[in-house]
Design a protein around this ligand. Structure first.
Ligand SMILES: C[S@@+](CC[C@H](N)C(=O)[O-])C[C@H]1O[C@@H](n2cnc3c(N)ncnc32)[C@H](O)[C@@H]1O
Length: 284
């Protein structure tokens, strides 16, 4: 039995207890619960229990899916301080954010560390969907890129991106760019492109290819994929976008379960030179 169910065992009837989620997202001082509608009358009891957890000062409940191009969450504070702006620490980096206004997925924690470890000294990285700097900050902190261009279209996320660059003292490496990556992405400069967006990432694959150096580089391509398709649809989309340009799939991994029957997957794609007659396509 999960810790939360154990501590609620004498407060909820058994049929309700089994609906209690195993845990919650703990971002900075905020705990975010996803409760099924049947637990609505028990929200206050559950929230006051979660409020006792060390480091939690605010308890919020998800009231809908993260939505729209800006990936806006819908959360409501149900216990504790009515303060959703927080400072979250992950892997030695600090992220300031308002959990009611911008998304932050703890399910991507390992993926952020993994990508930061792959970056080689002197690389130019372009993060096309930077958010509050989830990838850009860790790359700048834990690797030695010469530049990380971090592009973000949502003004709220962009403001936190700039603040997080300052808090983490990576302003000498990370260049924040406000706007739509379709207009603002630098062309032909990147050794590595991070495409940390779901649902629409495939529409931006041609842009990611243009962002790479003419000699090629690596793209981290994310998508949500029905589990029964494995990596097939994601690989097909990358192959189609690459056309005659040579590619090699260096890594295929499930980042997390996104929803029942659907995975969040990522592909690390080594892309060859734009000039397809160039023979210099080798594993980096
Ligand atoms: C799902 S969030 C992911 C943030 C971060 N990359 C991560 O993986 O945790 C996607 C971000 O991309 C931004 N975005 C969406 N479309 C964009 C575009 N065309 N140009 C730049 N940013 C965009 C959204 O505002 C949002 O902050």
């Amino acid at each position: 039995m999960s810790w939360l169910r154990k501590v609620l065992a004498d407060k909820l009837p058994p049929d309700k207890l089994e609906l209690v989620p195993r845990g919650f997202e703990h971002i900075g001082h905020v705990a975010i619960l996803s409760l099924p509608p049947e637990l609505e009358p028990w929200t206050a009891v559950i929230a006051s229990t979660v409020l006792d957890v060390g480091g939690v000062r605010t308890v919020a409940v998800r009231r809908g899916p993260i939505h729209g191009w800006a990936r806006k969450p819908v959360v409501e504070v149900v216990a504790g301080e009515n303060q959703t702006e927080t400072l979250h620490k992950e892997n030695g980096c600090y992220y300031k954010l308002d959990v009611a206004r911008v998304m932050f997925s703890k399910g991507n924690t390992y993926e952020r560390q993994r990508v930061a470890k792959l970056v080689r000294d002197g690389e130019v990285v372009v993060d096309l969907f930077a958010g509050i700097g989830q990838f850009a900050i860790q790359i700048a902190k834990h690797a030695r890129p010469s530049r990380v261009f971090a592009i973000e279209k949502n003004p709220v996320a962009y403001r936190y991106l700039c603040e997080n660059i300052r808090i983490n003292k990576v302003g000498h490496v990370v260049v924040p760019i406000y706007g739509d990556c379709r207009e603002m992405a630098p062309v032909g400069v990147a050794d590595r492109v991070v495409m940390g967006i779901l649902h629409v990432g495939h529409l931006y694959l041609p842009l990611a290819l243009k962002t790479l150096r003419p000699s090629g580089g690596i793209i981290h391509y994310h998508e949500t994929s029905p589990c029964r398709l494995g990596f097939e649809r994601a690989m097909k989309r990358v192959r189609e976008a690459a056309g005659t340009r040579r590619i090699e799939f260096l890594e295929k991994r499930v980042v997390k379960r996104y929803s029942p029957g659907v995975n969040h997957v990522v592909l690390d794609v080594l892309v060859g030179p734009a000039d397809t007659s160039d023979k210099d396509f080798r594993r980096r």
